[in-house]
Design a protein around this ligand. Structure first.
Ligand SMILES: [Zn+2]
Length: 240
């Protein structure tokens, strides 16, 4: 496992990658659980991911209270992160975004988002959709309380991704590199699935057996490192 300074630098790079790959714009965020204190996590202060630097990274407890705020403003939607870390001890990294390619599946949500290419195998057989309105009625759609976050985490269940109705999506994984991979490929898969659906009704999805076999390959350390190096370089990480 990386030591803490390396991990925090990787979190900065992950922010830059998600911006470079158009997974996030001025909104969206990614966090990591503290490697030595599972009751805490790290997330940037309220800044656009493309601009996040090391000094912006803040530490929170799992109720999303800052440990050392130092006057920095905070993301309203940090309960997405705290609630998932509370519900899922296996999760080490959480990402949230409003990628435009993913959003149609959170709007026409009777059409399921399902894996159509192998790097997207981690999204599971179909991506669950969380509807904030079911429990909370009319809201501003944002996950601003721990109650919202816990309800989202319940819909996420054991999955590595969930859609949020008319809002965006969340990724929950066992490592930062995997979170970046899944966030990028949830978006790519959504674009390809939507394009295939425009060509015809008979869509070929990956089978459960194919998901299992491709996951072994895609989640191998060598494969994750190769993807990470590629995206990090594109995001200018060598100049950070
Ligand atoms: Zn959001």
């Amino acid at each position: 496992m990386s030591n803490l300074p390396d991990l925090l630098r990787d979190l900065v790079i992950a922010n830059r990658i998600l911006a470079r790959e158009d997974v996030v714009d001025y909104l969206g965020h990614i966090s990591i659980r503290h490697p030595e204190r599972p009751d805490r996590f790290f997330l940037s202060c309220s800044r656009s991911p493309a601009l996040v630097a090391l000094d912006d990274i803040m530490e929170f407890d799992l109720d999303c209270n800052p440990i050392d705020q130092r006057g920095r403003s905070m993301y309203f939607e940090r309960p997405i992160h705290g609630a998932i870390y509370q519900a899922r001890p296996d999760v080490q990294s959480v990402a949230h975004n409003h990628a435009y390619e993913v959003l149609p599946f959170a709007i026409a949500y009777n059409v399921k988002l399902r894996p159509v290419v192998h790097p997207a195998c981690n999204i599971g057989l179909e991506v669950p959709v969380w509807d904030i309105r079911k429990k909370f009625g009319d809201t501003n759609l944002l996950v601003t309380t721990m109650e919202h976050g816990r309800d989202l985490a319940a819909t996420l269940g054991k999955s590595k991704a969930a859609l949020m109705r008319n809002h965006g999506c969340v990724i929950a994984t066992s490592s930062l590199r995997e979170a970046v991979l899944n966030a990028v490929y949830l978006k790519v898969n959504a674009r390809l699935q939507a394009e295939a659906m425009r060509l015809g009704d008979e869509i070929s999805y990956l089978t459960p057996g194919e998901l299992e076999k491709t996951a072994e390959l895609v989640n191998s350390p060598n494969s994750l490192q190769r993807a990470w190096e590629y995206w990090a370089r594109r995001a200018g990480a060598d100049k950070l």
